[in-house]
Design a protein around this ligand. Structure first.
Ligand code: ADP
Ligand SMILES: O=P(O)(O)O[C@H]1O[C@H](CO)[C@@H](O[C@H]2O[C@H](CO)[C@@H](O)[C@H](O)[C@H]2O)[C@H](O)[C@H]1O
Length: 461
């Protein structure tokens, strides 16, 4: 490996968005590198790298936005983002760092959208949506938090989401946001960055530029504030006030699903295909149990739900769906809920995430999230049965409200598909067990407890 590759092999696994945590990187290769921007002779430069990390024989691609400056020219406030000192494009040694923190560079990045050059044959292209206006001038402020990607907010105008794990072809987030463009359910897409990468016949999406939705709070924050205040003994009206939000979210979800089904292909799952889907769930359960042995004691209960699902003999409509739907993926400005992040589950291969699925998968994801909001607040209160009872009642109340809103909004009635819904909820909970074990071991109890306490298919009510 080159000097830079060695440095990146150490830096990459420490990043929140690195999806291969816990498995050593055996080999790291820079697949492509482009000097995107240069602010002058003394830098800084913005270099866009696509690297391939090899772990246990599988190779994953990641995007790294690398800032570089002459040594000793790194401002003090960027020192903590330094990766090391090495040559980037040959020539003099440079200090290299995470460019997402460098406002001088992120400001220039936005300007490239406003003034796309004639870069038709360039390997990295900035694209703007016809008719979209890009407002420049503000630096990109890095959004912190538990993110799978890296998002930069420019004033109150735009968000640039740079995709970290790269998969060949169009990114589903861009694809579905574009399909819903003009609707009130999404932030308007304004542009994207794409590149031709080795081994991929179609351009790969590197980043997506959207309008910023100002004065919005995300659903996870709203829900956990509500359940927390309830647990602290505030009045029951506060519980019902969130149920109204949950019902509106259900309705909005149904409307967004309908808009997606009108804009993009649809199909129907035959009973045979349903049985194949149940087999895939069983496989995922086996994989997760091998990595998280605590799952084993609950496996019979989960298997029985999958087995009931495999015998469902009525066709299920399918379409493009969100794929990783939870309270952290929806924000609430004054005018209503807005859906974000249509990328699907970050670790799933992109061809699976782009395939058609039943909208019940998203319904199940959001129902799990109400359980999560309650379960998360119980982490610090083990062995408090009254608290547990109130938190679970909160979750149930909001799950019911969401399902009612979904059916009222014209979606398929979740109450009429309890067997399928239960299987999808378990499948999501199994995914969450793996996700938490790899990323937030302190949270592992949340999905495990849900699996342990799930009762017969009586949801909702
Ligand atoms: N267009 C937007 N307007 C306002 N906030 C946004 C917008 N897009 C993203 N955000 C904020 O950024 C967070 C992360 O965005 P998301 O697309 O879910 O990224 P990731 O895939 O990294 O989780 C969201 O929870 C939300 O708070
Ligand atoms: O980074 P993404 O938002 O794309 O999704 C991943 O991370 C999520 C956590 O940040 C994770 O969601 C799980 O935790 C949420 C609370 O933090 C909870 O609302 C969700 O219901 C639960 O699944 C998501 O699964 C993962 O793909």
């Amino acid at each position: 490996m080159s000097e830079l590759e060695e440095l990146l092999a150490v830096w990459l696994p420490r990043q929140r968005w690195f999806s291969g945590k816990g498995i050593p990187i055996r080999r790291l290769r820079i697949l492509s590198r482009h000097r995107l921007l240069s602010a002058g002779d003394e830098g800084p430069d913005l270099n866009l790298l696509v690297v391939e990390a090899g772990q246990r024989g599988t190779y994953s691609r990641y995007q790294v936005m690398l800032g570089s400056r002459p040594p000793r020219a790194l401002p003090a406030d960027l020192a903590r983002t330094a990766i090391g000192v090495c040559q980037v494009f040959g020539g003099r040694a440079q200090v290299v760092y995470d460019a997402a923190h460098d406002e001088q560079l992120t400001r220039l990045l936005l300007e490239r959208f406003a003034a796309p050059t004639s870069e038709g044959r360039s390997e990295v292209r900035f694209r703007t949506v016809p008719g979209a206006r890009v407002h420049t001038g503000a630096p990109g402020r890095l959004l912190t938090g538990e993110q799978s990607n890296t998002s930069l907010v420019f004033g109150r105008e735009h968000v640039l989401k740079t995709f970290r794990r790269l998969w060949p072809g169009p990114n589903p987030d861009l694809e579905l946001n574009t399909a819903l463009s003009g609707s009130p359910y999404v932030a308007e897409p304004c542009g994207w960055i794409e590149a031709d990468l080795p081994g991929s016949p179609t351009p790969t999406t590197l980043a997506m530029l959207q309008t910023f939705v100002p004065d919005a709070t995300d659903g996870w924050v709203l829900a956990t504030e509500n359940v927390r205040s309830l647990l602290q003994g505030s009045s029951p009206e506060r519980e019902s006030s969130f149920a109204e939000e949950a019902a509106l979210l259900g309705r909005t979800t149904a409307e967004a699903h309908r808009a997606l089904s009108q804009a993009l292909p649809t199909d129907v799952l035959s009973p045979g295909e349903i049985s194949d889907l149940a087999d895939a769930m069983i496989e995922r359960l086996a994989m997760a149990t091998a990595e998280v042995p605590e799952l084993a004691e609950h496996a019979p209960r989960v298997m029985s739900a999958y087995s009931d699902f495999s015998r469902v003999d009525e066709p299920l409509p399918t379409q493009r769906v969100h794929g990783d739907y939870h309270l952290g993926q929806v924000i609430r400005p004054e005018q209503g809920w807005v859906l974000l992040d249509f990328e699907g589950e970050p670790t799933m291969p992109v061809q699976d995430r782009r395939s058609l699925s039943t909208p019940l998968r998203d319904v199940a994801g959001m129902l799990r999230s109400f359980d999560y909001a309650a379960g998360y607040l119980l982490i610090g209160h083990p062995g408090e049965p009254d608290l547990e009872c109130s938190a679970r009642a909160w979750a149930q109340h909001n799950r019911e409200a969401f399902c009612r809103g979904y059916a009222d909004g014209g979606g398929i009635d979740p109450e009429k598909h309890l067997t399928a819904l239960r299987a999808f909820e378990f499948d999501k909970a199994v995914y969450e067990v793996l996700y938490e074990a790899r990323n937030r071991p302190n949270w592992l109890r949340v999905p495990l407890d849900s699996i342990a306490s799930a009762v017969a298919p009586s949801l909702p009510g």
